[in-house]
Design a binder for this molecule. Structure first.
Ligand SMILES: Cc1ncc(C[n+]2csc(CCOP(=O)(O)OP(=O)(O)O)c2C)c(N)n1
Ligand SMILES: [Mg+2]
Length: 335
């Protein structure tokens, strides 16, 4: 009795999602999770060097948004970027090989975690300077408007980036020229070791209000909530009504980067988020309770993903190191 009472409202809440869609979101989030768990392990083994910022916990944000886009829409983000690459369907092998600094990587092994791009998939990086992607994303949106290609830009930034001056120069131009851009603030509560409340005044979703940019708060731990809010924001931008801000409330489970002692938050806080709010576990629960798929179907997806990640890791360890002659290619000034 209790079970059937619980089932009904949940099914009613998601009538617009087919089994195919729910499984697609599950699969895409799980790929990011398993890929990054593997990257974390490989970092620990010394196979990945330099900076590496994991996205684990935030998967619902990029997967929900990406599923509201159409081919040709461009996206740009910060250094916490592996999830965005995988969500735009970039090849996991090329991403992992870039992490290991090998020639099969997206930047021929010369860029690393924070510097990968794919013009084909309209992924424009990967930016290590906090908020640097915001004016560039705004410029991409200008390009979409100028060429009238019908596409939009989605520009992701962190809760820490929102306090940078260049964000407001961008907001002004985007609003003035009604640029087709959705600014997604991934509010994971911390900027390195500084909590949002120690660094930021007011509500982040209202930071565009002086420019007349609408802002909305979204549950960034729910892929369905993200998808729904993204659909509306994307439609607004695409129809020529100008920029929108979406503040996605999310959480990163791992440290800021691989070398974070995490002394600024309690273990209990992280455990509570992982056990109660996890976007993948919660979607899995919904799928099973809805009867959209059974445990076996989900296990098959899990196995597929494991294989994809294992293949990516193998490729990333077997791909050769860049040739020394590559030191003098892809640089701005000729040697
Ligand atoms: C202009 C600039 N200032 C400082 C840094 C150092 N730094 C790197 S990440 C970071 C925190 C940014 O936090 P947030 O925007 O919330 O993104 P998150 O890491 O949470 O995804 C800082 C201060 C930098 N890379 N660039
Ligand atoms: Mg943050």
């Amino acid at each position: 009795m209790a079970t059937s009472r619980r089932r009904k409202p949940q099914a009613d809440e998601t009538p617009q999602y087919s089994t195919e869609q729910l499984l697609k979101y599950y699969r895409e989030m799980l790929l990011i999770r398993r890929f990054e768990e593997k990257a974390g392990q490989m970092y620990g083994m010394g196979l990945i060097g330099g900076f590496c910022h994991l996205y684990i916990g935030q998967e619902a944000v990029v997967v929900g948004m990406q599923n509201a886009l159409i081919p040709g829409d461009s996206i740009i983000t910060s250094y916490r970027d592996h999830g965005h690459m995988l969500a735009t369907d970039m090849d996991p092998k090329g991403v992992m090989a870039e992490l290991t600094g090998r020639s099969g990587g997206y930047s021929k092994g010369k860029g690393g975690s924070m510097h990968m791009f794919s013009r084909e998939k309209k992924f424009f990086g990967g930016h290590g300077i906090v908020a640097a992607q915001v004016p560039i994303g705004t410029g991409l949106a200008f390009g979409h408007k100028y060429t009238q290609d019908g596409n939009i830009n989605v520009c992701y930034l962190g809760d820490g980036a929102i306090n940078q001056g260049q964000v407001y120069e961008s907001f002004n131009m985007a609003a003035l020229w009604k640029l087709p851009v959705v600014y997604v603030i991934e509010n994971n509560k911390y900027a390195m070791g500084t909590s949002q409340h120690r660094a930021s005044a007011g509500e982040l979703c209202e930071r565009g209000s002086a420019y007349g940019i609408p802002g909305h708060v979204v549950d960034g731990m729910s892929v369905l909530a993200v998808k729904e809010a993204s659909e509306k924001a994307v439609a607004h931008a695409r129809e020529g009504s100008g920029p929108v801000i979406l503040e996605m409330k999310t959480y990163r489970y791992r440290g800021h980067s691989m070398s974070d002692p995490a002394k600024y938050r309690t273990k209990e806080e992280v455990t509570k988020m992982r056990t109660e709010m996890d976007p993948i576990d919660n979607l899995k629960k919904l799928i099973l309770e809805n009867g959209s798929a059974d445990e076996d179907a989900l296990k098959t997806i899990d196995r597929d993903i494991k294989n994809i990640v294992a293949e990516a890791a193998d490729f990333a360890t077997q791909s050769p190191e860049p040739d020394p002659a590559e030191l003098w290619t892809d640089i701005l000034i000729e040697a």
